[in-house]
Ligand binder design. Structure first.
Ligand code: SAH
Length: 271
């Protein structure tokens, strides 16, 4: 028998990870939250199909960046969550992937804690693990790596994060998973090569992982340095650098379900 789920109480906030896209990757707690939330505050990366899982009467509040519009300020989002909870609502804060992985879930949870609002964290499948699995890439494999690093390619001020020791990373981490890194990939590849990584090292870029629009480009670190990959593929993109990419030809189980890949290949071959 399946375990009994906790009650979603009025006046509380659930910070929930929606996974990378495929609605089947929602946890049972996420599903419970969708079914009972009165207000859903959601991000750009949350798949529309997942939002359809909430009550018809639920109020939906968009708190992300889309169509070049500026994103809602982080403090505004936290204030909204606090106010809604104080009004006695069951508030679902729905985020792409996992709320605590480059998702600012920590900041929101801290604001709630400070305001004395009861909350629950519902982890989700993060793009850097589950998204890669949908591209047939295991994030660790016994023969290739006993270590993996998750890195953001986007500093808080928009540049390549300078708090990252890129040459150290090049030396110690056989597999590197980059979030939000499409724009700065040439500079990042350059830094990793300068730190000793091979030009030929395999790299995979997975866009819209786990959705019908998933696209995958497999290339090399040297190529990433020289080519603007954003000409080929559009965000959200998760990037993995390392030998695990070589498992993809054998493990690409999702390929038959990828609708737009054929067109994409045509586009690639034109470049
Ligand atoms: N909390 C999220 C990450 C948010 S940061 C998580 O755990 O997955 C946003 C970055 O996540 C994007 O720039 C991209 O690098 C990655 N990402 C999220 N969803 C993705 C998807 N479906 N396909 C590819 N990358 C994705």
């Amino acid at each position: 028998m399946l375990p009994k789920l906790p009650e979603f109480k009025s006046g509380t906030v659930w910070l929930v990870g929606a996974g990378p896209g495929d609605a089947g990757l929602l946890t049972r707690l996420a599903e419970r939250a969708l079914l009972s939330a009165e207000v859903v505050v959601y991000d750009a990366l949350v798949n529309e199909e997942i939002l359809q899982g909430c009550q018809d009467s639920a109020e939906l509040i968009y708190a992300g960046k889309r169509g070049g519009k500026p994103s809602a300020r982080q403090s505004d989002i936290s204030i909204t969550l606090i106010e809604l909870a104080r009004r006695g609502k069951r508030v679902l804060r729905l985020k792409g992937g996992d709320p605590f992985v480059f998702g600012r879930g920590g900041e929101e949870a801290l604001a709630l804690a400070k305001a004395g609002i009861e909350f629950r964290i519902v982890p989700g499948v993060t793009a850097g693990i589950g998204g890669l699995a949908y591209a047939g890439i295991p994030v660790t494999h016994r023969d290739t790596n006993n270590l993996v690093t998750f890195v953001t390619g986007h500093g808080s001020s928009g540049e390549v994060p300078d708090g990252v020791n890129w040459s150290g990373l090049a030396q110690f981490s056989p597999v590197i998973v980059l979030y939000m890194a499409l724009k700065h990939l040439p500079q990042i590849a350059d830094k990793l090569i300068a730190g000793g990584r091979s030009l030929a090292e395999p790299v995979a870029l997975v866009a819209n992982a786990s959705t019908a629009g998933q696209q995958v480009v497999v290339t090399s670190l040297g190529q990433c340095r020289d080519q603007i990959m954003s000409d080929l593929i559009s965000p959200p993109v998760i990037i993995v650098i390392g030998e695990v990419v070589n498992f993809r030809p054998d493990l690409d189980w999702f390929k038959t379900e990828v609708a737009s890949l054929t067109n994409f290949k045509a586009k690639l071959s034109m470049v």
